[in-house]
Design a protein around this ligand. Structure first.
Ligand code: HEB
Length: 721
C-alpha cells in the first residue's frame, strides 16, 4: 500500500506544490519576505562565511563539557524533570531529525528548521521552544563556531552519553539558514492534529499515505502516540509506525531500537487539560517573546505541564540508560486509562513498588509508569515483538542497534561522509552514506584523448548528453544524495529507470567504458556529455570551452543500497520532458521542484530546459519542445520559436492538458509539438520575462555561456571531494 511515488495522492485531487504554508496558517505574521526580494539574503553571516572553517576552530571538548553541565543545571523558569534536562534534549534532537523523509530528501536536522514556523509551532514540537532557549547561553558563548542545527544534535548526543547511553559518533557540518524553508510540502490539512484533523491513513481502510509525506497527521513528526486518529489500537499503530519510519529510512529493527531506546529516558507530559495553556509560539502574544504553550509559573514549578497530553515515565529510572523499558513492557499486562489531560494511555496492572517511577519534581513520591499505544505496538505487533524480545534478552544488541540507528537518524540528511566535521566522526563507512571510493583527477592527455575518441565513436550528441544528464541530475540538495560521483547510473536501480531509456543508456555506457582509458566511469560519463555540449556549441558557431573537473570515483554494487535509491527515480523530469504518470501537482510544478532539488535558479532552470531540448535530450527521444530546425546545435532556438507570434498553440484533446501542437497562424500548417513544461516558459509571465531575455538578438552567446555554466553546476553537484 505504500506508494513510492512522490506527489501521488489517494484522493487524486490537484494541489499546490508546497501545500499549506506559513502564510495560510498565520496570515497575520510579519511579512519579512518582502525584504528578501531581488535576491537579498536574510542570512546575516553573508555569502563568504565558511561554516566548516568556523566549526573546525571550535573548542569541541569545552562545548561538550558545558553541555554536560547544562543537563543538571535546572533553571527556575523551566525546572528540569528529575533535575535532568537530558531526556528533554533527546526529544528535541529526535524531533529535529525526525522530519526527514526519503522520497524528496527534505526535512531533517540539517538546517535548524525547528527554530522557525511551522515546525516551531507544531503540536508535536510542544515545549521544545523551552529546550532551545535553555541552550541559548551556550549557543551565544560558542557563536559562529556551532550552528543551531549542529547544536541540537550534539546536545542530544551529550544527553544520551551523560545518562550512560550508547553513542556511535557525531558529525558536524549543518549550516544554519535564517528563514523558514518554503519548499517543503507538509500537507494540505487546515487543522492541526490537536484540533481534530483526521488521520491521513483511514484507521479502518488501507488507504495510501500521500507521498512525500511521512507523518500520519498534520503537526506530527511521525505517528499519533494515542494510535491512528486517536484510536488506541496497537496493531494499527504498528502499521502507521512501519509506514512512517520506512519513509524516514528506518527498518523494523531500527524502529524498535529507536523508540524503545528513546523512551528509556524521560516522561510524557499531560498534567492538565491542554486548553488551560496558551497557544503555540507563532500565534502568541509579543510579551511571551517567542514562547508558546505557557501557563502560570507556579503551575510549571509543580510540574503541571501538558505537552502530548499523555502523563508519566516509561521506566522507574528515567534518567539512566538500561533495559527497564522492555522489562516492564513484557513483565506486566497493561490497561487503557486516561491521563489527567484526557489522553488515552496504557498503565501496568498491579505494578511492584520498585517498578513505579519517581515523581518528576518530588523523588520521594512514586507514580505509575505508562506506555503509549505506539509503545504497545512494540509488544503486540508480531514482527515488532520478535525484535523487542531479542532486545529484552540481549542488552548489548539493543545498545548497538540504538547507537547506530540514532547516528543514522541524526546524519541521514547530511549526504556523503566527506561533509561530516569534527573529532567524533566514526571511521566505519555505512551503506546509507552512499560511499564512493576516492577518485583521482585524470591527466590532460587522458582528458583530450577520451574527448576525441568519444566524439568520433559514432554516438550522437543527444546520446552523450542524455547519459551525462541521467548520471548527474539525480542530485538533490535536500539530503545531498545522488549526482554523477560514484557513477551509480550504471547500477541498479538507476540503469533500469524508464526516464533513462535503459537500452540506449546501456549501449552508450558500454561505449564510454570501452574508450575511457584511465578515466573513472563517473568522470568519463560527465566528460562525454561535456564534450558533446562543446561540440554542439561549436557547430552552432560559438567558440567556447566547456569546463570539466575530473576526480570522481566509481561505486560498486556492494557499496550501493539499491532499494534506498528507488525514491530518487524522477516521476517527472521536465528537463527531459518526461512524465511517468499524472501527478497531484501540475507537471510544471514538478519541473520547479526538480530544479529546486538541483539547487538551480530560475534562469539556470530556463537555459537548461531550452538547451537540453535543442540538444535532443528528451526521454524516449520525443520531439516535444524541440523547437529548432537544427537539432544538435546549442542555440537559443527554443526561446526564439516559443515566443514567435507566428505560431498558435492548441491542446491535443486526448492528452489531458499535457500535450500541445503549435501551428502557423496563417497557413494552419503544424510546426511543433510541446508539453506543459515547454509552454510554461511562454505562458507564465515571470518565466516569459526570462525567456525573452534569452530570445533577444545579441543574447545568443549569453544563452550559450549561461547554459554551459548551469550544465557545469549540475555536472559537479554532489561532489564534496
Ligand atoms: Fe518519544 C517523549 C511519543 C519515538 C525519544 N515520545 C515522548 C512523548 C510522546 C512520545 C507522546 C511525550 C512528550 C511529552 O512531553 O508529553 N515517541 C513517541 C512516538 C514515537 C516516539 C509515538 C514513534 C513511535 N521518542 C521516539 C524516538 C525517540 C524518542 C525515536 C528517540 C530516539 N520521546 C523521546 C524522549 C522523550 C519522549 C527522550 C522524553 C522527553 C522528556 O522527558 O521531556
Amino acid at each position: 500500500q505504500i506508494s513510492g511515488c512522490p506527489f501521488s495522492s489517494a484522493s487524486g485531487k490537484q494541489r499546490k506544490l508546497t501545500g499549506r504554508g506559513n502564510a495560510d496558517w498565520w496570515p497575520d505574521a510579519l511579512q519579512l519576505d518582502i525584504l528578501t526580494q531581488n535576491g537579498k539574503s536574510p542570512d546575516p553571516m553573508g555569502q563568504d562565511f565558511d561554516y566548516a572553517e568556523a566549526f573546525n576552530a571550535l573548542d569541541y571538548n569545552a562545548l561538550k563539557a558545558d553541555l554536560t553541565a547544562l543537563m543538571t543545571d535546572s533553571q527556575p523558569w523551566w525546572p528540569a524533570d528529575y533535575g535532568n534536562y537530558g531526556p528533554f534534549f533527546i526529544r528535541m534532537a529526535w524531533h529535529a531529525a525526525g522530519t526527514y523523509r526519503t522520497s524528496d530528501g527534505r526535512g531533517g536536522a540539517s538546517s535548524g528548521q525547528q527554530r522557525f514556523a511551522p515546525l516551531n509551532s507544531w503540536p508535536d514540537n510542544g515545549n521544545l521552544d523551552k529546550a532551545r532557549r535553555l541552550l541559548w547561553p551556550i549557543k551565544q558563548k560558542y557563536g559562529k563556531h556551532i550552528s543551531w542545527a549542529d547544536l541540537f544534535i550534539l546536545t542530544g548526543n551529550v544527553a544520551i552519553e551523560s545518562m550512560g547511553g550508547p553513542v556511535f559518533g557525531y558529525g558536524g557540518g549543518r549550516k544554519d539558514v535564517f528563514a523558514p524553508e518554503t519548499d517543503i510540502y507538509w500537507g494540505t490539512e487546515e487543522m492541526w492534529v490537536d484540533q481534530g484533523a483526521g488521520t491521513r491513513i483511514d484507521p479502518d481502510k488501507q488507504l495510501d499515505l500521500e507521498s512525500p509525506l511521512a507523518a500520519i497527521q498534520m503537526g506530527l513528526i511521525y505517528v499519533n502516540p494515542e494510535g491512528p486518529g486517536g484510536n488506541p489500537d496497537p496493531l494499527l499503530s504498528a502499521r502507521d509506525m512501519r509506514m512512517t519510519f520506512e519513509r524516514m529510512a528506518m527498518n523494523d529493527e531500527e524502529t524498535v531500537a529507536l523508540t524503545a531506546g528513546g523512551h528509556a529516558f524521560g516522561k510524557a507530559h499531560g498534567a492538565k487539560p491542554s486548553d488551560t495553556f496558551r497557544g503555540a509560539p507563532e500565534s502568541e502574544a509579543m510579551e511571551l517573546m517567542g514562547f508558546g504553550w505557557l501557563n502560570d509559573q507556579d503551575e510549571i514549578n509543580q510540574g503541571h505541564i501538558t505537552t502530548s497530553g499523555i502523563e508519566g515515565a516509561w521506566t522507574p529510572n528515567p534518567t539512566a540508560w538500561g533495559g527497564d523499558y522492555f522489562r516492564l513492557l513484557f513483565k506486566y499486562d497493561f490497561e487503557l486509562v486516561h491521563s489527567p489531560a484526557g489522553a488515552q494511555q496504557w498503565q501496568p496492572i498491579n505494578p511492584d513498588p520498585e517498578d513505579m517511577a519517581p515523581d518528576a519534581r518530588d523523588p520521594s513520591r512514586k507514580v505509575p509508569t505508562m506506555m503509549t499505544t505506539a509503545d504497545m505496538a512494540l509488544k503486540m505487533a508480531p514482527e515488532y515483538r520478535k525484535i523487542s524480545e531479542r532486545f529484552r534478552d540481549d542488552q548489548a544488541a539493543l545498545d548497538n542497534a540504538f547507537a547506530r540507528a540514532w547516528f543514522k537518524l541524526c546524519h541521514r540528511d547530511m549526504g556523503p561522509k566527506a561533509r561530516y566535521l569534527g573529532p567524533e566522526v566514526p571511521a566505519e563507512d555505512l551503506i546509507w552514506q552512499d560511499p564512493v571510493p576516492a577518485g583521482s583527477a585524470p591527466s590532460d592527455n587522458d582528458v583530450s584523448g577520451f574527448k576525441s575518441a568519444i566524439l568520433s565513436s559514432g554516438l550522437s550528441t543527444a546520446e552523450l548528453v542524455k547519459a551525462a544528464w541521467a548520471s548527474a541530475s539525480t542530485y538533490r540538495q535536500s539530503d545531498h544524495r545522488g549526482g554523477a560521483n560514484g557513477a551509480r547510473v550504471r547500477l541498479a536501480p538507476q540503469n533500469g529507470w524508464a526516464v533513462n531509456d535503459p537500452e540506449e543508456l546501456t549501449r552508450v555506457l558500454g561505449r564510454i567504458d570501452a574508450l575511457r582509458g584511465n578515466l573513472s566511469m563517473a568522470d568519463a560519463i560527465v566528460l562525454a556529455g561535456t564534450a558533446a555540449v562543446e561540440k554542439a556549441a561549436h557547430d552552432a558557431g560559438f567558440d567556447v570551452t566547456v569546463p570539466f573537473a575530473g576526480g570522481r570515483g566509481d561505486a560498486s554494487a556492494e557499496q550501493t543500497d539499491a532499494d534506498s535509491f528507488d525514491p530518487l527515480e524522477p516521476q517527472a523530469d521536465g528537463f527531459r520532458n518526461y512524465l511517468k504518470t499524472k501527478m497531484s501537482v501540475k507537471t510544471e510544478d514538478m519541473l520547479v521542484d526538480r530544479a529546486n532539488l538541483l539547487g538551480l535558479s530560475i534562469p539556470e532552470m530556463a537555459v537548461l530546459v531550452a538547451g537540453l531540448r535543442v540538444l535532443g535530450a528528451n526521454a524516449g527521444n520525443s520531439k516535444h519542445g524541440v523547437l529548432t530546425d537544427r537539432p544538435g546545435q546549442l542555440t537559443n532556438d527554443f526561446f526564439v520559436n516559443l515566443l514567435d507570434m507566428k505560431t498558435a498553440w492548441k491542446t491535443v484533446d486526448t492528452s489531458g492538458d499535457e500535450e500541445f501542437v503549435g501551428s502557423d497562424r496563417a497557413s494552419g500548417e503544424q510546426r511543433w509539438t510541446a508539453t506543459r513544461t515547454d509552454l510554461v516558459f511562454g505562458s507564465n509571465s515571470q518565466l516569459r520575462a526570462v525567456s525573452e531575455v534569452y530570445a533577444e538578438r545579441g543574447n545568443e552567446a549569453k544563452f550559450v555561456n549561461d547554459f554551459i555554466a548551469a550544465w557545469n553546476k549540475v555536472m559537479n553537484a554532489g561532489r564534496f571531494d
